[in-house]
Design a binder for this molecule. Structure first.
Ligand SMILES: C[S@@+](CC[C@H](N)C(=O)[O-])C[C@H]1O[C@@H](n2cnc3c(N)ncnc32)[C@H](O)[C@@H]1O
Length: 280
């Protein structure tokens, strides 16, 4: 199953040069690049950078907080947490090309001293018990069949008093999903639980709920806006960047994936939640 997940995300090949070229075409030079300039291309989850900002607000980490970003993609949220909250972030992801790109973009944004990216499996974390003040994860559980093992590992590496912050898609209603979806080209790659099952899976590992929010409406608004390519204005140039985005990562069938995602949101087949839990 891990090979399936890796082959899905790595299918469009080496990313770094392609993304740096897209940034350059958008008039964004590395010398003054800020995290927000990358928002159109570095947030591989429903809700985009706005969702990351909301989740960061929900977690509200103090400066110096040591955070594990589990399934960190190309590091968009890790950079947000380092830049806006002065956190030290370790990103771990199964997909090696994403880790390489995350390192390169960390350097481009001058945040490399606060960031460390490594390739690994969330089900077998290469960290000692009680290593992190917080674990952060966005749209990764959708790919993990063994949720008990996932949250057991998260609890193990969290310090007592440490927090888990999640942004996740959950199943809802009885309608059928259409594939491909951004996280799953076929049904066998898809591992959605409904909201109650996800919450209980986490609580059953011994974490306590601090916050739980339904973000489905925000996700619908974001999805509609991203279709109209209402991309954020660059902090550096004041211009709207050209339509660079996840299509540069996922390839030409990204539009079909997002069409299916939007339809599932509209049909009430999926919902989006953000939550924070605490290890006693
Ligand atoms: C939808 S992307 C989200 C990436 C990132 N969290 C973000 O929001 O930009 C899912 C990510 O989870 C990673 N992933 C899936 N299963 C994983 C596992 N078992 N261990 C580590 N990473 C995993 C994938 O490689 C991919 O980068």
């Amino acid at each position: 199953m891990m090979d399936l997940v890796h082959s899905h995300y790595a299918r469009f090949g080496v990313l770094t040069q392609r993304l740096l070229a897209a940034l350059s075409d958008a008039g964004l030079t590395s010398s003054a690049l800020r995290g927000g300039d990358l928002a159109a291309l570095d947030q591989f989850h429903v809700g985009g950078r706005r969702a990351s900002e909301d989740l960061a607000h929900l977690l509200s980490p103090r400066a110096g907080t040591k955070i594990l970003d589990l399934g960190s993609g190309i590091g968009g949220s890790a950079r947000l947490l380092a830049e806006e909250y002065a956190c030290e972030v370790v990103g771990l992801d199964l997909t090696e090309v994403y880790c390489q790109t995350a390192r390169a973009l960390g350097t481009e944004t001058g945040l490399q001293w606060s960031l460390h990216f490594l390739c690994g499996n969330a089900l077998s974390l290469p960290f000692a018990d009680n290593s992190f003040d917080a674990v952060w994860s966005q749209d990764v559980a959708v790919n993990v069949a063994d949720k008990n093992a996932l949250y057991r590992e998260i609890v193990r590496v969290l310090k007592p008093g440490g927090k888990l912050a999640i942004n996740d898609i959950v199943a809802s209603g009885s309608g059928a999903l259409q594939f491909p979806l951004p996280w799953a080209p076929e049904p066998r790659w898809n591992h959605l639980l409904d909201a109650d099952a996800l919450r209980h899976c986490i609580l059953d590992r011994g974490l306590q709920q601090v916050a739980w929010q339904d973000k489905t409406q925000e996700a619908k608004i974001w999805d509609t806006a991203s279709r109209r390519q209402a991309l954020p204005t660059s902090e550096q140039t004041g211009r709207v960047p050209p339509p660079m985005g996840a299509q540069q990562t996922f390839g030409p069938d990204f539009k079909l994936m997002t069409d299916n995602l939007l339809q599932a949101l509209e049909d009430g087949v999926i919902e989006v939640v953000q939550a924070v839990f605490r290890k006693p």
